[in-house]
Design a binder for this molecule. Structure first.
Ligand SMILES: *Cc1c(COP(=O)(O)O)cnc(C)c1O
Length: 486
């Protein structure tokens, strides 16, 4: 135990301890309540934390703001700080936003098999670039290329860090120093720094814009083709929709135009689902296999959007073009690491067993959850949530509209269900503050809950609340929510 003020010093209950009352770092570390910290974390870490803590308390003492009785709390305070310093900054959260592929919340959740594969291969040497059959150096692409060829029907495939990298690399390798033709209706910006004109210039390609924002015709592309043209490009307008008086040229129509001029057609699909979502009543997203069949020569798409895998950029298409992309020096800087590679391979393997997708691939499991199941979950939860937030908030079950997210199908919503929490107040005053407090309390839970504020209410969309694991965890921390709101 650390000793308090020395006997005889004139301590009144309201007085502050003096700096000389604080123990030395060494003495604090010798305290028996601190030895277990030293055993667990080592001397260097605990001593550094102890030094920092003692310095802070010395400053408090100097300003006369350190109650003497707090000196006894030094060991427990040190333990708290050690734990705080070592707590992971990346944490699990519960996603009740209703957006399944939430970019800010990590997008696609990995399937168990992908997690197992990461776990199995990352702690030991593996054959990332080693051909086990021949006993010689291999290519990491070969771990997934056959799977991608089989699933998409492509001649060849390569993978990079993400789809932004896939687009950048494809443009640099195929159109560097030359012109790439793209419709003005497809000059997409995706979350922040990915803007098609900027990506073009970063890749060293000259963007040739054709058509108008709302209408682009085949003749616009034809007129733009010249001696410097390297390729025609299509970008899937994944996060917006142009409606009304519109016209665009589909890949199927554009491919013959490109090929007649001896040019390749490059398509950035953005999300790109490997299975037809309409079989589950979901809005259809373009399939890479469909794009290839329609005549696209190179198609790029993301690994962690509708595909439901790790962050990755997939490039599939004509063998000579994929080879050119693979050999381009920038590829080395954008290559995929072994961690997502393990997860991607396992995820793609699930696609060989399509009947398992809606049960074993979390993204498709969540997207295809029947609304009745979500409503039943709301009924199970409503009384418990009410008990936690009453009397300050009223709770009602409600139908809601969620989203797929990550720029997939922006104008389509998913029918969903959940709970709506409304501040109980005599008037409109204080509604914003009450909601802020509620949102903060939910975020401050040990397993933070992220919800949606909409029209002066808090919406808990339950589509993404996993029944097996997260629902009990959510319920278990409702008492803490109650305390936080008290
Ligand atoms: C999401 C998206 C990208 C970027 O993909 P990341 O995998 O996030 O890098 C590029 N283009 C389109 C059309 C997209 O929707």
């Amino acid at each position: 135990m650390v000793h308090g003020p020395t006997a005889g010093s004139p301590v009144t209950p309201m007085a502050s301890a003096a700096p000389k009352d604080l123990p030395s770092v060494d003495r604090l570390l010798r305290d028996h309540a601190v030895t277990h910290l030293m055993a667990r974390h080592g001397h260097a870490f605990v001593a550094a934390e102890a030094r920092r803590l003692l310095e802070e308390w010395r400053q408090l003492a100097l300003s006369g703001a350190l109650p003497p009785q707090r000196l006894h709390e030094l060991p427990s305070e040190l333990e708290r700080r050690c734990a705080g310093r070592l707590a992971p900054r990346m944490r699990r959260v519960i996603n009740l936003t209703g957006t399944v592929l939430h970019t800010n919340l990590g997008r696609a959740l990995l399937a168990d098999e992908a997690l197992q594969q990461v776990l199995a291969c990352m702690g030991s040497p593996n054959n990332l670039e080693f051909d086990l059959a021949r006993g010689e150096r291999g290519d990491r692409d070969s771990l997934v290329e056959d799977l991608l060829r089989e699933i998409t029907g492509a001649e060849a495939a390569t993978v990079v860090n993400n789809n932004a990298a896939a687009v950048l690399l494809s443009l640099a390798a195929l159109a560097g120093g030359k012109e790439a033709v793209l419709s003005r209706g497809e000059l997409v910006e995706i979350g922040g720094a990915f803007r098609m004109p900027d990506v073009m210039s970063a890749a060293g390609a000259r963007l040739v814009e054709v058509g108008t924002t709302n209408r682009t015709h085949a003749r616009d592309y034809q007129a733009a083709i010249g001696p410097d043209t390297a390729l025609l490009m299509k970008v899937h307008t994944s996060n917006y929709a142009i409606q009304g008086f519109t016209a665009s040229v589909s890949e199927a129509e554009l491919a013959p135009i490109a090929h007649a001029a001896g040019l390749p057609l490059l398509t950035d699909l953005g999300s790109g689902s490997l299975v037809d979502l309409s079989q589950w009543g979901l809005p259809a997203e373009p399939l890479p296999q469909r794009m290839l069949a329609d005549g696209c020569d190179v198609v790029t798409f993301s690994g962690d959007k509708l595909l439901g895998g790790p962050q990755a950029g997939l490039i599939v298409g004509r063998k000579d073009l994929v080879q050119k992309i693979r050999k381009f020096p920038m590829k080395r800087a954008l290559r995929m690491s072994k961690l997502p590679m393990a997860a991607l391979e396992a995820t793609l393997r699930l696609y060989l067993q399509p009947d398992r997708l809606t049960t074993d691939l979390p993204t498709l499991r969540l997207l295809t959850r029947p609304v009745e199941q979500i409503e039943a979950q709301g009924e199970r939860l409503i009384e418990k949530v009410t008990a936690a937030v009453a009397p300050r908030f009223a709770v009602r079950a409600a139908a809601m509209r969620g989203q797929i997210g990550s720029g997939s199908l922006p104008v389509e919503t998913l029918p969903s269900a959940g709970l709506v929490l409304t501040p109980v107040l005599p008037g409109k005053r204080g509604v914003g503050r009450a909601l802020d407090e509620l949102v903060t309390a939910l975020r401050g839970l040990p397993l933070p809950v992220i919800a949606r504020v909409q029209a002066d209410e808090l919406w808990l969309d339950l589509r993404c609340l996993d029944e097996g694991r997260e629902e009990p965890e959510f319920i278990a921390q409702l008492p803490q929510l109650r305390e936080a709101l008290a």
